[in-house]
Write a protein that binds this ligand. Structure first.
Ligand SMILES: C[S@@+](CC[C@H](N)C(=O)[O-])C[C@H]1O[C@@H](n2cnc3c(N)ncnc32)[C@H](O)[C@@H]1O
Length: 253
């Protein structure tokens, strides 16, 4: 796992070399605030779901009006739908670089645009080229343009956990990044796949946590019992929980 580091050293060097700019009110004042946000080395970045706030405003915060939502969700990548908010696209880029995943498991392929985006991110950001395994009940929607040597699409009905190929899961190299964007049996699937994750792997649950209802809060309590913590370096990068996966960028401890 890589760490975005060196902010303290950068700040000290800036003080030394640009004293005018770093005095109170100087041009680089804002660096203090930035470094407190981007500093991956902070010791309290991992939080228990039970220690985090929940509210019903997650959705409104991410999509302050209808046109923001339409614009964000109508994004395309290489001409294919890639339904992720701009904030989340950036967060995944950051996580993929930091984690260096060798496997990305995506639940919900749609056109294959997001799998294609993940594969391209892996090829640019990772030293060991990984693989994307994308699962969907309706593989007929996958566009031929989503074909990529690092992507495997699997036709699976996620409403039955027994449909996962355990042999495949047992043999995929770690670290893993799992992205649940299918919205089917979110927590039963989490519990099932969670057994295959190892320490340091990540599991992101998109969209459903924005509901912040009893099912979600109870589900994330189970997540905590399974030994996962929220990585606030991701959930709070743009302000608390400004992501389509509020309180749900999860790292196996
Ligand atoms: C929100 S879309 C995925 C979007 C895609 N990951 C992206 O970012 O562009 C949800 C997908 O879940 C799939 N899905 C719905 N029910 C499913 C099921 N029972 N098993 C597997 N996939 C299912 C749908 O076919 C759909 O493609």
């Amino acid at each position: 796992m890589k760490l975005a580091s060196g902010y303290k050293a950068f700040w000290e060097a800036a003080h030394k070399n640009y004293p005018d700019q770093t005095k109170p009110g100087g041009n680089l004042d804002w660096i203090i605030e930035i470094s407190s946000v981007v500093n991956a080395e902070c010791s309290d970045r991992f939080a228990k779901p039970s220690a985090r706030g929940w509210n019903s405003y997650f959705h409104a915060k991410l999509f302050p009006d209808r046109s923001t939502k339409v614009g964000a969700l109508a994004q395309t990548y290489k001409g294919l739908l890639n339904i992720k908010s701009p904030f989340d696209l950036h967060l995944y880029t950051r996580l993929i670089w930091e984690l260096q995943p060798r496997t990305i498991l995506e639940l919900g392929s749609l056109q294959g645009g997001s799998a294609l985006w993940f594969a391209d991110q892996l090829s640019v950001l990772c030293e060991n080229k990984g693989e994307v395994h994308s699962f969907d009940i309706n593989t007929k929607c996958i566009h031929p343009d989503a074909t990529h040597p690092m992507i495997n699409f699997h036709q699976v009905d996620l409403s039955n956990i027994a449909n996962f190929d355990e042999n495949l899961l047992n043999n995929l190299p770690h670290p893993w990044l799992v992205v649940d964007d299918a919205h089917i049996q979110v927590f039963p699937i989490f519990s099932h796949l969670g057994q295959f994750l190892v320490s340091g792997d990540y599991y992101v649950i998109e969209d459903d946590p924005m509901r912040a209802d009893r099912e979600i809060i109870d589900g994330l309590a189970l997540v905590e019992q399974s030994g996962f913590l929220i990585d606030t370096y991701y959930t709070d990068a743009f302000g608390t929980n400004l992501t389509c996966a509020p309180n749900a960028w999860l790292r196996k401890a």
